[in-house]
Every structure is written in structure tokens, then in C-alpha cells.
Design a protein around this ligand. Structure first.
Ligand SMILES: Cc1cc2nc3c(=O)[nH]c(=O)nc-3n(C[C@H](O)[C@H](O)[C@H](O)COP(=O)(O)OP(=O)(O)OC[C@H]3O[C@@H](n4cnc5c(N)ncnc54)[C@H](O)[C@@H]3O)c2cc1C
Ligand SMILES: *[C@@H]1O[C@H](CO)[C@@H](O)[C@H](O)[C@H]1NC(C)=O
Ligand SMILES: *[C@@H]1O[C@H](CO)[C@@H](O)[C@H](O)[C@H]1NC(C)=O
Ligand SMILES: *[C@@H]1O[C@H](CO)[C@@H](O)[C@H](O)[C@H]1NC(C)=O
Length: 518
């Protein structure tokens, strides 16, 4: 997918009108006392508002509260807020908050302003499908479920997804946006034609467009994205094929992602089931299926399933395609289960699971997501699935495992992936019931990362969490890091944006890139 290069910027021109206020600020207790009237009514410094914005989906990160919550009605309001933040003495941080579905405090703004993106547009759906159907314009605050429903009203759909749709356009584009369609269409960041952004600079260059995609909220606030569309299929055959051998699973997954459109599956993922993990009757499995799977679990230790989907309008064509493909796959004979659902039901499949969880007491999510080079998957299996995780007899939450292909990613963007054409995403989506439990999983995550480090397995974290500059520099690699530092210097020189990522904690001086030792 070609990425458009048009950048529409709502420039943040730093003007002098605040100069008086800024010099006065030294004598007043806080910048909160000198809020410009144009934004004062949208800034809430009450502790109730602040408390709501002091945590996230991860549930454990409890940073200091934001000093205030800002509810913009328009993009101009955001520009006014950033202008104020930039000129205040001292300047204060601002974090756009999409749906707060980060798990490590990435959208928090301790002591600064939490920018409540949901307020943008005042509750109106800011989503327009183009008349010829090539793209949809969506506000950065919009949830993907709403973008999908709007597109479906025209018989259309974005191409690339996340597993869960109650995430914002600006939030996933700040990371990458991945799911089982990436092998065919690239991540969500590869399907964007245009962006509107608000930055802390009067410059606007093409580098900003690429920098913001996967840019972890560091360079600007995305207020609109133009996203590529395709015709939506009517229905989906949704399959799960079981394996006792990881080599066979990955061979089949890699075969499937090598097939060109329209042959092969339209979606390919997979999961690992550890020895103590059982499947239960859910919307996917019949009781009979549950019995056969758990019988297989009794015989083998760790088992795996490949999850695939075939989009279709004609049932007979779907049948034929699946029949042909099944002959070429090496799952355990008979252990294939399928469902037939609407396209919307398929894309929104995770929603019910999440609702079930959030209505119970389980609220903590110490997740770890990795991109693992294909050449090291065997070592990872031995050390992690067959090693570290075998010593654990209680986990909850799925472990995702599926391959992606590097040529669908654009290396000019900030998002960072391993240096091999095929790499695996491995997602440990733990849920913890207590803080102690959280600590156990966090320790397990660190053990996994330590294992990779000691064995020279060059994983990249997805939705990365690091706290030292050296680790961030390693994450990006020398070339990308220096470029990222330059972009930061240009578009957010006072390092005000998304401080919860813990990348740039002070003003970005010119030396920063130079001193990173790798
Ligand atoms: C249940 C669940 C399932 C998930 N499944 C997937 C998945 O399948 N694939 C996948 O790729 N990810 C997945 N994620 C991760 C998700 O992509 C991230 O949490 C992401 O941050 C989006 O969440 P959000 O919109 O709530 O953003 P937030 O968590 O609110 O923000 C994320 C970061 O982006 C910044 N930001 C937010 N909005 C903007 C904006 N408009 N402009 C600039 N910066 C902004 C924030 O300051 C913060 O640094 C999942 C998360 C959860 C909780
Ligand atoms: C949608 O179209 C209306 C009317 O042209 C326009 O005012 C609005 O800004 C558009 N919204 C987005 C998100 O592009
Ligand atoms: C893996 O696939 C091969 C080739 O189809 C098959 O012979 C073998 O039995 C499979 N191994 C397991 C453990 O399923
Ligand atoms: C496994 O669970 C039992 C109790 O259910 C516990 O006593 C034991 O320590 C656990 N083992 C490990 C390695 O976690």
C-alpha cells in the first residue's frame, strides 16, 4: 500500500501574546493561575477529573495525577493548549489520551495536562467516507469500531485492524496497529494517506508525517487521519487448527502468509496454550470441541492453534478455497474447528471477552508484546515456552504467536521491527487479579526479556516500555534513534508531549543524539 505524502498541518505558531503572563508566572504559584481565557473553560483542575486520568488499562502504573484535564472541542483548542504549555514558565507536559488502553502509563501526564481526546468534536462522530469510496477521514479520537461501522454503511472497510476495536485512531497510529491482516496489508500505519497534526513548531515537513506514524505520541497530536478503504465482505469463515508441534504451526503460518491475495487466508494469527491452560466453552468452541482439545492437552504438554479467516461473499467459493488449503496444512488430523460469522462479528470478536473480564474484579494487565526474528523462534521456544513458562502453573490471558513480513512495513516511519523479512509477534496478554499477582507476571516478563538479552535474541518490544535513554536508543537502533531525536528537537523541542513514554524527560538539546552509546 502506497502511503500518501500530503501533510495538512494545523501549525502551532508560538506567539508572543503570552509573554506578559509568562514573566508574571514566576511570581504566581502555578501556571494554572494564568490560563488564557480562550481555554480556561475547558480546563478542569478538580481532583475528580484528575483521578480518572491517573491510571490506564494496565492498572498498576500510578503516576502523579495530572494537574488538570483538558477537554477540547476543536483542533484549535488543542493548538491553544499547546501554545500555553510551551510558553508557560516552566513549561508543562501534555499527554493526548485516546482511550487510555496503554498498559504502562504511556498516556499519562503527571503534573501536566491530560488531553481528553474523546471530547474533540463534542460527541459528534467525526468520520467521513469519501464519495468515491477510496478512503475515510476519521478524527484522531475516534474509536476503530465507529470507523468500521461508518465504512460498513457504504459497503466498505479499512484493510488493517487491531484485534480489539475500542482503541482510538490516534492511539494505534502512534504505535503501529497490528492484527492478522498485517501480512497482507501492512500495519494500520501503512494504510494512511494523510494526517492532520498539531505540533510545537512552526515548521512542517514531510518527515513529520512519517515520524508520527509509530511515533509514540512524541511529535504531535493527530487530529485527523485519512485511511484507505476496500469493499467489505459479507461474511467470514473463522477457523482454528490445532498443533502439538511448533515447527508445524510456524511452517503452516509462514506458508499462509506467503500466498498472494486472493488465495490463502485473509487473516492469520495463532496462540500458544501452556500445559496448565485449558480451553473452555466459549462463543467459539462447541462442548464437543472443548473435550477433544482438552484430550489433546492431556497427551501433549504445550499445544498451539493457528487462527485463520476467509472473507467471502459466495459460500461455495469459500468452501472450495478452504478445502484446497486444508490439504496443504499439517495440523493434528480432525482438530480443526470453524465458525461462520458476519464480517462485523469477526472483527469485533474480542469485545465480548474484554467485557466479561472488565465486569469481574480482574483489572490489571501486565502485558508484554515482542517482535521476534524468525531465525530465533526455536531458541525462544526452548527457553520460554518450554523453559521459563513451564515452571509456572498459573497464568491467565492468551499468548499470541503469529508471523509478520517486514516488506509490509515502511522503515521511514518511527515504528521499529526486527531486521528479518519474517518476524513473529509474541503477545503475553496476562491478566492479574491482585497487585502481588501483577508483580509475579512482571517478574516473568523480565525473565523472558533477560533470557533474550543473554542469548542475543534481538527482540523488539511492541508497545514498548523502557525507562532509560540507553534502552530507548537500543530499541530504535543508532540510525533511527538519531533521526527520532532530531524530529523531537524540531517538533517538540521542550519535550512536552506524551511524557508517560519516558523517552525524553528534559528539553531535547542538540547533544542528545550524539551521546547515545549503543
Ligand atoms: C484489550 C486490548 C487489546 C489490544 N489489541 C491490540 C491489537 O490487537 N493490536 C495492536 O496493535 N494494539 C492492541 N492494543 C494496544 C493498543 O494499540 C494501544 O493501547 C494503543 O495505545 C491504543 O490505545 P488508545 O487509543 O487507548 O491510546 P492511549 O493508550 O490513550 O495512548 C497511547 C499513546 O499514544 C498517545 N496518543 C493517544 N492519542 C493520540 C493522538 N491522537 N495523537 C498523538 N498521540 C496520541 C498517548 O499520549 C500515548 O502515549 C490493545 C490494547 C488493549 C487494551
Ligand atoms: C467531514 O466533513 C465535514 C463537511 O465537509 C467537515 O466539516 C469535517 O471537518 C469533516 N470531518 C473530518 C474528520 O474530516
Ligand atoms: C508435522 O508435520 C509433518 C508433515 O505433515 C507430519 O508428518 C508430522 O507428524 C507432524 N508432526 C506433529 C508432531 O504433528
Ligand atoms: C504450583 O502450584 C502449587 C499450588 O497450586 C504451588 O504450591 C507451587 O509452588 C506452584 N509451583 C510453581 C512452580 O509455581
Amino acid at each position: 500500500m502506497a502511503v500518501g505524502i500530503l501533510i495538512n498541518l494545523l501549525l502551532l505558531v508560538v506567539v508572543a501574546y503570552l509573554a506578559g503572563a509568562a514573566s508574571a508566572a514566576a511570581e504566581v504559584s502555578s501556571w494554572l493561575d494564568v490560563v488564557p481565557s480562550e481555554i480556561a473553560s475547558k480546563l478542569d483542575s478538580g481532583s475528580n477529573a484528575a483521578a480518572r486520568f491517573a491510571t490506564d488499562y494496565g492498572g498498576v502504573t500510578r503516576a502523579a495525577y495530572p494537574a488538570a484535564v483538558f477537554q477540547p472541542s476543536t483542533a484549535d483548542d488543542i493548538a491553544a493548549l499547546l501554545r500555553f504549555a510551551y510558553c508557560a514558565e516552566p513549561p508543562f507536559p501534555v499527554a493526548a489520551r485516546g482511550n487510555g488502553h496503554s498498559v504502562r502509563g504511556q498516556a499519562l501526564a503527571p503534573g501536566g495536562v491530560a488531553l481528553d481526546m474523546a471530547a474533540l468534536g463534542g460527541g459528534r462522530n467525526r468520520i467521513n467516507v469519501s464519495s468515491e469510496g477510496a478512503y475515510v477521514d476519521a478524527g484522531g479520537e475516534q474509536l476503530w469500531i465507529d470507523v468500521l461501522e461508518a465504512a460498513l454503511r457504504h459497503g466498505l472497510s479499512p484493510r488493517s485492524w487491531t484485534d480489539y476495536l475500542y482503541l482510538t485512531v490516534g492511539g494505534t497510529l502512534s504505535n503501529a496497529g497490528i492484527s492478522g491482516q498485517v501480512f497482507r496489508h501492512g500495519p494500520q500505519i501503512s494504510n494512511v494517506y494523510e494526517l492532520d497534526m498539531i505540533t510545537c513548531s512552526s515548521e512542517s515537513n514531510r518527515d513529520l508525517f512519517y515520524g508520527v506514524l509509530g511515533g509514540l505520541g512524541q511529535l504531535g497530536v493527530i487530529t485527523r487521519a485519512r485511511i484507505s478503504l476496500r469493499p467489505a465482505p459479507a461474511r467470514v469463515r473463522w477457523l482454528r487448527l490445532f498443533y502439538t508441534d511448533l515447527g508445524n504451526l510456524t511452517r503452516d503460518q509462514e506458508f499462509l502468509i506467503s500466498l498472494p491475495d486472493p488465495t490463502g487466508f485473509d487473516y492469520v494469527e495463532g496462540q500458544v496454550l501452556l500445559s496448565h491452560q485449558r480451553v473452555d466453552g466459549s462463543t467459539f468452541y462447541s462442548n464437543q470441541a472443548v473435550d477433544s482439545i482438552n484430550r489433546l492437552k492431556g497427551e501433549s504438554n504445550t499445544i498451539y492453534f493457528l487462527e485463520g479467516a476467509v472473507y467471502y461473499d459466495s459460500p461455495s467459493m469459500a468452501d472450495q478455497k478452504i478445502e484446497d488449503l486444508m490439504k496443504q496444512l499439517n495440523f493434528v488430523p480432525g482438530l480443526v474447528f470453524s465458525n461462520d460469522v458476519t464480517y462485523l462479528e469477526f472483527l469485533n470478536r474480542v469485545h465480548n471477552e474484554i467485557e466479561k473480564l472488565s465486569s469481574s474484579t480482574v483489572l490489571l494487565h501486565p502485558w508484554l508484546n515482542l517482535f521476534l526474528p524468525k531465525s530465533r523462534i526455536r531458541d525462544f521456544q526452548v527457553g520460554v515456552f518450554g523453559g521459563i513458562l513451564q515452571n509456572v502453573n498459573h497464568t491467565t490471558g492468551p499468548i499470541l504467536l503469529y508471523p509478520l513480513n517486514k516488506h509490509r512495513w515502511n522503515d521511514i516511519m518511527t515504528a521499529t521491527v526486527p531486521d528479518e523479512e519474517v518476524f513473529y509477534t509474541v503477545g503475553f496478554l496476562w491478566t492479574a487479579a491482585t497487585v502481588e499477582d501483577w508483580g509475579t507476571f512482571d517478574a516473568l516478563n523480565n525473565e523472558i526479556l533477560g533470557f533474550c538479552d543473554q542469548n542475543g535474541i534481538e527482540v523488539k518490544q511492541y508497545l514498548p516500555h523502557y525507562t532509560s535513554k540507553l534502552d530507548w536508543a537500543r530499541h530504535f537502533g543508532l540510525v533511527k534513534w538519531e533521526k527520532f531525536v532530531q524530529l523531537k528537537r524540531r517538533y517538540d523541542p521542550k519535550a512536552l508531549l506524551s511524557p508517560g513514554q519516558q523517552i525524553f524527560t528534559t528539553q531535547v538539546n542538540t547533544q542528545e543524539g550524539m551521546h547515545a552509546k549503543l
